[in-house]
Design a protein around this ligand. Structure first.
Ligand code: PMP
Length: 376
């Protein structure tokens, strides 16, 4: 038996998603750009997914474009805005705890002459709208800020920040990487004051290799991938209709239960934290009011990777920090004040509402054993 507690890295595709993808491959394999019936049939399924996903974020379908995933959506947001507005406005403001797909892209733009300002959490580990407003100015084209941090579960004050920034600088384009929040917290583009958002299917029980970007009407984005002008030219390349059908099916399934699942996840998080109180050497790195789906802890003096492989030998899968950084320590924990040995021993446990108490028990038992047996 394996206990999968790495849902922030990826989730198991739900049956509905798998069925939808298989059905497309078996029965509806036309190219949605083709003008004949087979093309139209594929187009209809894609339209349905687009509508379901757009509705789920309170957006019009015409503003939602499919991509290969959130890495591409984030690249398109940053490079696309830099391309469209960067001649006159050369400054980009991001949070200092962004996923690499935003952070590295901002660094790449830095080498092209953009000034990038990274806003850090304060000493209390929290971020403040005022700090972002102060970082912005008339020369700023883009503010990019994630909704939920993928390493600690910290929920950033996106709504307040975007509202405050828009009040002072109405022309700054606001982008939110909603990957770890979508289908867990309500994500509504208007309420958030977001001009652009990025989401990914495989974090919501869809399939890897598809995501979406919402771009508000009137916001100009220079395409990163050019070609046959699919997705209204915003993202050329034949759409992956099986993955898109699966994305829609997963979103449709999860949407009605966001708050119910959140409560369940909260219960599971407090169950786990309670259990961990009795475990020697364990400290919690996630904020109390963070997303209940991501719980970051440290087992003092036990290096993440060694502990991770010990847990794996017991059938328990977790992640060290962020799965995307693959062994490379990211600076994000340090930004939250978690440094040195504590950062070296950080483990990320990420759950779903379907995670069971027994699974969390199995993790805690394995962790206890690992703490005794693992050295270094
Ligand atoms: N942003 C965040 C916050 C993420 O957690 C991830 C996935 N680890 C991504 C972006 C990238 O998403 P994708 O895997 O769809 O490229």
């Amino acid at each position: 038996m394996s206990v999968y507690l790495d849902n922030a890295a990826t989730t198991k595709p739900c049956e509905e998603a798998v069925d939808a993808a298989v059905k497309m491959m078996r029965e509806n394999y036309g190219n949605p750009s083709s003008l004949h019936r087979a093309g139209l049939d594929a187009q209809l399924v894609m339209d349905k997914s687009r509508k379901v996903i757009a509705d789920s974020i309170g957006a019009d379908s015409s503003c939602l474009y499919f991509t290969s995933g959130a890495t591409e959506s984030n690249n398109l947001a940053l490079r696309g805005i830099a391309g469209a507005y960067g001649k006159r406005k050369k400054k980009i403001v991001i949070s200092a705890v962004e996923h690499a797909s935003v952070d590295e892209t901002a660094s790449a733009l830095e080498t092209q002459g953009f000034e990038v300002v990274r806003v850090s959490p304060r000493d209390d580990g929290r971020m403040y709208a005022a700090d972002f407003v102060n970082a912005c100015d008339e020369n700023t084209c883009l503010l990019s800020m994630m909704l939920v941090n993928n390493e600690t579960g910290y929920i950033l004050p996106v709504k307040d920040t975007f509202a405050a920034v828009k009040r002072r600088f109405p022309d700054i384009v606001t982008h939110c990487d909603c990957v770890q929040g979508y289908m867990k917290l309500p994500v509504k583009v208007t309420a958030m004051n977001a001009d652009i958002i990025s989401i990914s299917a495989h974090k919501i029980h869809g399939i890897k290799g598809v995501g979406a970007i919402y771009i508000k009407k009137g916001v100009r984005v220079t395409p990163v991938i050019t070609g046959g002008k699919q997705e209204k030219g915003i993202r050329s390349g034949t759409e992956s209709t099986p993955l898109i059908a699966a994305f829609g099916a997963a979103a449709e399934k999860l949407l009605p239960t966001i708050s119910e699942r959140y409560k369940t996840a909260e219960g599971l998080k407090s169950y786990l934290l309670d259990k961990l109180k009795d475990v020697e050497g364990v400290s919690v790195n996630s904020p109390e009011d963070g997303s209940p789906y991501v719980i970051n802890i440290s087992a003092e003096g036990r290096r993440s990777e060694i502990m991770l492989h010990f847990l794996e030998s017991k059938g328990v899968y977790v992640s060290s920090g962020s799965a995307c950084s693959k062994g490379q320590q990211s600076g994000v924990l340090g930004e939250f004040g978690i440094t040195g040995k504590r950062a070296d021993s950080a483990l990320r446990v990420s759950i779903t509402a379907e995670t069971t108490q027994q699974e969390l028990d199995a993790f805690v038992e394995a962790l206890k054993e690992g703490y005794e047996k693992v050295r270094g």
